[in-house]
Ligand binder design. Sequence first.
Ligand code: GLP
Length: 242
Amino acid sequence: MDIKLFETTQELDAYAAALIVSAVRGNPEAVLGLATGSTPIGIYAKMIDMHRSEHISFKRATTFNLDEYVGLRSSNDQSYAYYMNQHLFAHIDIPSEQTHLPNGMAEDLPAECERYDRMLQEQPIDIQLLGLGHNGHIGFNEPGDKLSGGTHVVELKEETREANARFFASMDEVPEYAVTMGVGSILKANNILLVVRGADKADIVKQALTGPITTDVPASLLQTHPRVTVLLDREAGRKLAQ
Ligand code: GLP
């Protein structure tokens, strides 16, 4: 794992955006794996800047998002589809039919998971951006006795719903289920870019990167991937040297 620490948010965002954009520069048809949450917002803003100032085009790129809540329409401002439009897609030149998220409104969710996996098989991800949950989840792959390889429906842990409640009007509105790419699909990405910020994640960063590889910390499975870059701010990385 290539681990880099950054003093400022701006430097971290610029570095992450440059890595993602370089995949598109190298191959205009690059397939990008994208994430939501608060962590990537500055990275997407920087990608939009680069699109505008350096004329980086995403016209032929394809994107796959990690996850989506079950039961929220894309017009709901808490859905990840809405988030992606708001923070990235509406501001770059990617055609909407080349952007993919699991459909959490699908009537037949198992069929939707199969459809998503088929698309991922046909268009393997060149670089997958990941954030990290406080309990070590990646996408919505929650800690447990076993992890799923492919896209699947997951019941969210109470701690995850609480962590994400800050984006909703009340805890009751936080969905109980989500559709997420599995750890197996994530590990199939050619390159992985894990980004973590904040003192509240210092412990889980240490466990994920240096602790045992265990389903109790889904992100620890990233240790098995040959091309992972980890970008941390000072606070998130402060326990690593200890
Ligand atoms: C959510 C998302 C994850 C994200 C994580 C951390 O539950 N499903 O993909 O990485 O939370 O979010 P944040 O970046 O807001 O801390």
